[in-house]
Design a protein around this ligand. Structure first.
Ligand code: ZN
Length: 130
């Protein structure tokens, strides 16, 4: 049964407990790596400058304490495998839904289950909807 690395656990503990609960369940069946939870001002604004995020600090969901967003990738990571990350996202979203937690994925910001109309892909990003 897959489990998180120490680094993944360390990143995940900066996240809202609902995100922790969902990902701890997901990793049992679908191995994955927690890339990032909370993001501080310097890093958030650098991500915007690099075109990797659209919102400056403190408006991002990664900027709250605890973080209301998590970046997580199927493991082993293959960055250009959109199909696999999409399968993983479906697994994460369904797991969360079954636990009564609504998440939004960066491959479907509009939450309409259409993945080809997404204008800003952030395929590792999941955030709590509230
Ligand atoms: Zn993110």
């Amino acid at each position: 049964m897959p489990r998180f690395s120490d680094k993944s656990i360390s990143n995940l503990t900066t996240c809202d407990t609902r995100l922790q609960q969902v990902l701890l369940r997901v990793v049992h069946d679908f191995d994955c790596t927690i890339l990032e939870g909370h993001r501080d001002r310097e890093r958030q604004n650098r991500m915007v400058d690099e075109g990797k995020s659209r919102v400056r600090w403190p408006d991002g969901k990664h900027n709250t304490v605890p973080s209301r967003a998590v970046d997580v990738a199927a493991y082993p990571i293959v960055w250009d495998d959109r199909e696999r990350q999409t399968l993983f996202a479906g697994f994460v979203l369904a797991t969360a839904k079954a636990m009564g937690i609504e998440l939004r994925w960066g491959g479907d910001w509009s939450m309409d289950f259409e993945v080809k109309d997404n204008r800003f892909d952030d395929l590792v990003h999941f955030e709590i909807v509230e």
